[in-house]
Design a binder for this molecule. Structure first.
Ligand code: NAD
Length: 472
């Protein structure tokens, strides 16, 4: 550890020095870094697939979409828009400031720290890096220790693409993250659990480093009686069970209107079979279904399941576990009560509780009694229901008639609110997270609109202030 502490000290110092130079970095210099990153990813796609698959048997198609494509599209989007984002923005001048001109200057914050989780280990380390490089920052990445193959691959990517004074990677356990957090970073971009998010924010407070906290929590999905049940079931099954349920914006639980509950449950089961059990050999035989990341998470999910059954929940579908393989069958629970742990903590695995409600207000009240979700999904053909859900709840995102997909919409801010996060990522919002929006005001020399207000205060300054208070 001592060795890596010395190395961290060295790299941090190098990056601090370089960050001063990067304040002048041009669009072309930043684009060059993004191009180098894109090239490495494109030429090493097979290695990326192998590393992530080795960590938790994630299917190659899911890797292509949710790890590689997400990052390459973020890079291309940034390259296309960087000029517009970087250009200082002129703002209007009020009469009281006549003679001056004002701009917002997007200054790189400086040295940034990116702490990534294991569940999308490539995407969630490299996506924020794209924003950091676009903004002209240096970056130190700390990948998750739970996905060691991907962490090693990210280190190789960075070593082969960047100089340590620009980007560096430190693998390691929590102690490495803690040592990194003792440094006075200019910005910390953390993706992970709300519990660790609080630790990060406390550490950041020591240096008043700014933070982006991309956290998690329970994201509900409302199924209104006017939903298209087959369509809703397909989208929920995909959003929930992709990555074996280990997705921050997976629908955590379903609130279904009671008159369509049994039809919807049936539609869920039919969809599960058609997506993961086409040959009738059981879902475990499907190559399209990933595994849990480790035994700790398997035990945690097993406990959620047994706590729920002990308190009266019914396993409507699934429940099979093959611990040696870290296989956890997609599982649907009914007959739930709010005191069950599965209804209290973020599930982050392939268990889908389906609770019923009578009126939309009841569903909204239940959601509002709990911490603000990262995403809120509503399935219905009624635009009134969509509007009512959107305006009566608070969450990082409202998505109607789909789930998870908003992550891929680079024009939208991605992030949570309070317990589900702080600050926004993706596209221009990611660029802004790593930028200081500096106010620049240029005044004329000589007479200005404010000079008549300078002391000694007399009748003129009194008249002007009276006019100001009355008319401006
Ligand atoms: P985690 O919070 O356990 O770990 C995330 C990172 O923090 C890891 O790199 C880990 O090494 C580091 N870390 C852990 N404990 C630490 C400590 N005490 N001090 C300093 N660093 C520490 O999260 P996880 O289990 O890797 O990921 C799952 C969580 O992440 C879920 O809550 C999920 O919802 C959330 N998540 C959020 C998003 C998002 O974009 N909002 C995306 C993916 C995951």
């Amino acid at each position: 550890m001592m060795n890596s502490e010395n190395k961290i000290d060295q790299v941090f110092k190098l990056q601090k020095e370089e960050a001063l130079k990067l304040r002048h970095s041009s669009k072309a210099q930043r684009i060059k870094k993004l191009e180098d990153l894109l090239r490495w990813i494109n030429t090493n796609q097979e290695d990326i697939r192998k590393a992530i698959h080795a960590d938790f048997k994630k299917p190659y198609t899911e890797i292509d979409i949710s790890e590689i494509f997400v990052v390459t599209s973020e890079i291309k989007h940034a390259m296309k828009h960087l000029k517009g984002w970087m250009t200082p923005k002129k703002v209007s001048t009020p009469l009281t400031m006549l003679g001056s001109s004002s701009f917002i200057h997007y200054e790189p914050k400086g040295v940034s720290l990116i702490i990534a989780p294991w569940n999308y280990p490539f995407n969630l380390a490299l996506g924020p890096l794209v924003s950091a490089l676009s903004a002209g920052c240096t970056a130190i990445i700390k990948p998750s220790e739970m996905t060691p193959h991907t962490a090693a691959l990210i280190r190789r990517l960075v070593e082969e693409t960047f100089e340590p004074k620009h980007v560096a990677v430190f693998e390691g356990e929590i102690e490495t993250a803690q040592y990194l957090l003792s440094k006075p970073f200019d910005h910390i971009f953390f993706t992970g659990s709300p519990a660790v998010g609080k630790i990060i924010m406390k550490a950041a407070a020591e240096h008043l480093s700014s933070v982006t906290l991309e956290l998690g929590g329970k994201s509900p999905a409302i199924i209104d009686s006017r939903a298209d049940l087959k369509d809703a079931a397909e989208k929920i099954v995909w959003g929930k069970f992709v990555n074996c349920g280990q997705t921050c914006i997976a629908p955590d639980y379903v609130l279904v209107q009671s008159d369509i509950k049994s039809d919807f449950l049936e539609a869920l089961v039919q969809t599960l079979k058609s997506m993961y059990d086409t040959h009738g050999k059981g879902i475990e035989a499907s190559k399209d279904y990933a595994r849990l990341v480790n035994d700790k998470h398997l035990k945690r999910l097993q406990h959620l399941l047994s706590d729920a059954s002990m308190k009266g929940a019914n396993t409507y579908f699934g429940g099979q576990i093959h611990a040696a393989e870290k296989y956890f069958e997609p599982t649907i629970l009914t007959n739930l009560t709010p005191d069950m742990e599965v209804m209290q903590e973020e599930i982050f695995g392939p268990i889908l509780p389906v609770m019923e409600y009578q009126t939309l207000n009841e569903a909204i009240t239940y959601i509002n009694q709990n911490p603000k979700p990262l995403a809120l999904y509503v399935f219905t053909k009624s635009s009134d229901v969509i509007d009512q859900v959107n305006s009566s709840t608070s969450s990082g995102a409202t998505v109607a008639n789909d789930c998870v997909l908003h992550f891929l919409q680079n024009e939208l801010p991605f992030g949570g609110v309070n317990n589900s996060g702080m600050g926004k990522a993706h596209g221009q919002f990611g660029f802004l997270a790593f930028s200081n929006e500096k106010a620049v005001l240029k005044q004329r020399i000589g007479l200005t609109a404010t000079k008549p207000l300078y002391p000694p205060y007399g009748i003129t300054s009194k008249k002007i202030t009276q006019l100001l208070l009355k008319w401006f």
